[in-house]
Design a protein around this ligand. Sequence first.
Ligand SMILES: NC(=O)c1ccc[n+]([C@@H]2O[C@H](COP(=O)([O-])OP(=O)(O)OC[C@H]3O[C@@H](n4cnc5c(N)ncnc54)[C@H](O)[C@@H]3O)[C@@H](O)[C@H]2O)c1
Length: 146
Amino acid sequence: MKLSGKTALVTGAGSRMGRAIAKLFAEEGARVVAVDMNGDSVEAVASEIKASGREAVGVAGNVTKQEDILVNNAGIMDKQEAGGVIINNASVGGLFGTRGGASYVASKHALIGLTKNIAATYGTFNKIRANAIAPGGLNTTPRRAS
Ligand SMILES: NC(=O)c1ccc[n+]([C@@H]2O[C@H](COP(=O)([O-])OP(=O)(O)OC[C@H]3O[C@@H](n4cnc5c(N)ncnc54)[C@H](O)[C@@H]3O)[C@@H](O)[C@H]2O)c1
């Protein structure tokens, strides 16, 4: 229960890595807000988590749509207790580059740069930790039960 008492907002949580992350975080005790543009799949993930006795809310939302808005509203003065963790899912394509997917590779490089900037700017002073993970190609096909 490493994440007991914490709340995690996971985007792309309707399938594959996002689904696995949402479920693992819930197993570790986090309350999970699962967001995906596929409302049915993210509802299913939230239901699976709740069926296992953990807390989750499924929210339909498209992170690229101007109509869908993420409001980072909570603000704190410099001397107040702060904290929080940002985990950006980058890719080895963002570290070394890969063939094809020029905008994908460029955006993953940018995401790693943004993560470093957030960590450097807010890490010490506001205690907001920012990290990126950089997976290689994963087989995210669910295993069949034998
Ligand atoms: N799968 C891999 O091999 C691999 C390797 C390196 C990095 N990554 C990175 O990991 C992350 C997850 O990849 P994945 O392959 O598990 O899943 P994915 O990229 O196929 O997407 C998973 C979920 O995201 C949702 N989604 C897609 N666009 C969305 C949007 N605009 N708004 C809200 N939800 C949206 C989809 O409905 C789906 O349920 C991505 O950032 C990807 O670049 C994946």
